[in-house]
Design a protein around this ligand. Sequence first.
Ligand SMILES: *[C@@H]1O[C@H](CO)[C@@H](O)[C@H](O)[C@H]1NC(C)=O
Ligand SMILES: *[C@@H]1O[C@H](CO)[C@@H](O)[C@H](O)[C@H]1NC(C)=O
Ligand SMILES: *[C@@H]1O[C@H](CO)[C@@H](O)[C@H](O)[C@H]1NC(C)=O
Ligand SMILES: *[C@@H]1O[C@H](CO)[C@@H](O)[C@H](O)[C@H]1NC(C)=O
Ligand SMILES: *[C@@H]1O[C@H](CO)[C@@H](O)[C@H](O)[C@H]1NC(C)=O
Ligand SMILES: *[C@@H]1O[C@H](CO)[C@@H](O)[C@H](O)[C@H]1NC(C)=O
Ligand SMILES: *[C@@H]1O[C@H](CO)[C@@H](O)[C@H](O)[C@H]1NC(C)=O
Ligand SMILES: *[C@@H]1O[C@H](CO)[C@@H](O)[C@H](O)[C@H]1NC(C)=O
Length: 690
Amino acid sequence: MSSKRVNKYFILSTYVFALMRMTTSQDVYVFDDTSGLGRTFDGIGALSGGGATSKLLPGYPEQQRNEILDYLFKPNFGAALQILKVEIGGGSQSGIGSEATHIYYDGDENYERGYEWWIMVEAKKRNPDIKLYGLPWVMSGWVGNGTSKSPYTYPDRTATYIVKWILAAKKYYNLTIDYIGEWNEQQYDAKYLKILRKALDNAGLQNVRIVAADDYQGELVVDLGNDLFLDTELATAIDIFGVHYTSTSSTIDQILSGKKLWASEDYSTINTLLGGRCWARILNQNYVNGLMTSTIAWNLIASYYQGMPYDRCGLMTAYSPWSGYYSVDTPIWMSAHTTQFTKIGWKYLSRQTGVGHLKHGGSYVALTSPDRKDLTIIIETMAYNASQCLHEVLTKYDVHKQNLTLKLTGSFRYIDSLFVWYSQIGDETQKANLVLFESLKPLQVVNGTVKLTVDVNQIYTLTTVSGGSKGKHPDPPVSKPFPLPYVDTFEDVPYHQEPYFLSPMAGSFEVVLGKNGKRVIRQMTVLPPVDWCETENFSLALVGNISWHDIFVETSFSLDVPYAAKGVFVAVRVNSGGCYTAGGEGIFFHIFPGDGQYQIYNDAKRSMLLGFGPISGLNASGWNRIAMVIKDYFATAYINGQLLFGIRVPLLPDHGFVGLGTSGFGHADFDYICVMSSDDGSKYQTCKYM
Ligand SMILES: *[C@@H]1O[C@H](CO)[C@@H](O)[C@H](O)[C@H]1NC(C)=O
Ligand SMILES: *[C@@H]1O[C@H](CO)[C@@H](O)[C@H](O)[C@H]1NC(C)=O
Ligand SMILES: *[C@@H]1O[C@H](CO)[C@@H](O)[C@H](O)[C@H]1NC(C)=O
Ligand SMILES: *[C@@H]1O[C@H](CO)[C@@H](O)[C@H](O)[C@H]1NC(C)=O
Ligand SMILES: *[C@@H]1O[C@H](CO)[C@@H](O)[C@H](O)[C@H]1NC(C)=O
Ligand SMILES: *[C@@H]1O[C@H](CO)[C@@H](O)[C@H](O)[C@H]1NC(C)=O
Ligand SMILES: *[C@@H]1O[C@H](CO)[C@@H](O)[C@H](O)[C@H]1NC(C)=O
Ligand SMILES: *[C@@H]1O[C@H](CO)[C@@H](O)[C@H](O)[C@H]1NC(C)=O
């Protein structure tokens, strides 16, 4: 009824506007619940992992770490996230880095590894209502029974692996996992999904809802949509249709499936003003265009080394733990516009009576509480050229300054004033024109009507909900370069945790008690993993600065461990990480004690051999120090402080990270890592800081 009135008004107003250009236009938008509401809101969230995106966060000083967690999770403070999705680590590369797994091989099982448990605990501490969602990328070779085969080859094993993780969340951390996914951006498997559902039910996890198929840009959803119609058991097993990067739209199949629709991974955009605008637009338009009731950002926090792929594609940035510096970026405040004034379980209003596009560009959504007493309206007017998300296909559109008349009827007719929260994200060139989540004077509702003028690149929240606030901690310390010399003996790291600054790219590293009675890091991956990125055939952890040209690195290793690797290496000028790790170049000094040989390579995969020779000076029974110093285009290597060789190296790569790892999978222990200037290295031939 009221929607017809709006349409008439639209036509009339266009007509009048065309006739008399001087006439002021008033576009009327009705907010009404009398003919029903839209879908149930499931929350705005973000993803830690996929992979290792929160890597550097645990290494922050406690104060800054807590501040960062407040900006992400604390209600009425910052992003106030309503869902936290995490990676179920697989002990190998899953995007930006590698995350630990809870089972490396038969007989191994441990729930103290990695940082995702900790992040979930910290999120729950701040917001007990936050929902938790787990999803694997790469999976431990254990699920493939050591064969690296698809996780659907042994579906019961894979289901067991997932169920164990969920049960452990409760047992060790009192965490309830609300949602579980299948296999990130890979073909789904109907048989496995049914087996997973049964395994969850049998373990008393009936309340854990399955999200499928977490596929990229809807590549597989057509099939899943069909399968859901044809297969009732499958349809019962799945609760949520989760899709990634669909440019705010859903297909007819998805909508007709009757399942909840989620943008279960989205955003993926640099968190400059551009990222803020992208996020503001899709948070509204994923519902307006695609009826998606949850949007989850990849990623939660850009807490990985600069030089990795997807630089700063997080809601905020924390890539400098040694200095304590972090930045609270625009997407944090764009999240707040929705999260601080809604709750999971609220409902969107219907299209045309509370949800839609603005006549002169932009969009609006409205949500109401179950008792319909509270109403939150979010309006965004992000410009086309400045709000495109990274993986998005965006059709050109125009946005203009416009006058809005909002009419509140139905249950909302008694509302007499609305709190106002406002942001203006101007062009990159107009930083002065930047307002982030400021509270304005409340708007009075006169005769059920509110008038508002909106301009380009703005976001407004009009709400009956009080208590919103723009949280502020003291400014963090200034950013500093990675400190040199850098010596890490890992003695301050809890057992089973990763070294703080070493960032695993292949394989996985955790602190264990070494045979020398000290804390050492052990490379943990022994079975070839069920890969998500390109298969690697080695382990590698990076540290430092991708700009390093001349540098010295030393470690002390032991292969006197069960499931020992054949060899270990140190590396310099490693120029590639993330899913591009296997294609990375650098100078890699491998040592194979069993073969009595060293080899030096120009690449991570060991396809470009630069030299080799016999080892001397090795203590076969114990720990051995290996070191390499590079200065311009000459590299020198040492064993236990004794010169092993010097070699001219190629001009490329010219600079990169320092690294260590194992040649092939298998355990190896590293007692420390020392990185210092190449001048000191050339002079002392061993780490003078040890
Ligand atoms: C909005 O309203 C103001 C005054 O009420 C008027 O001056 C202005 O032209 C209007 N803008 C548009 C785009 O109609
Ligand atoms: C797993 O591997 C072991 C030995 O490698 C083999 O004995 C066993 O049959 C395999 N299990 C399955 C389910 O194939
Ligand atoms: C576990 O969490 C629930 C809330 O989810 C809480 O009520 C309960 O007190 C917690 N139990 C312990 C032992 O902390
Ligand atoms: C967007 O387009 C407007 C007008 O066409 C231009 O002034 C502005 O600089 C553009 N902004 C960006 C970020 O490209
Ligand atoms: C409210 O609406 C009534 C009836 O449409 C009208 O008579 C009255 O003048 C309006 N009041 C204001 C303040 O606009
Ligand atoms: C890396 O090194 C470059 C060049 O020396 C420097 O400008 C930059 O600040 C360093 N960054 C970090 C994170 O150390
Ligand atoms: C791993 O590397 C070794 C040594 O280069 C090679 O023999 C082996 O075939 C490789 N395995 C895989 C799975 O690439
Ligand atoms: C070799 O290592 C063993 C075990 O750590 C140690 O006892 C021995 O002294 C070492 N020998 C030399 C020559 O360093």
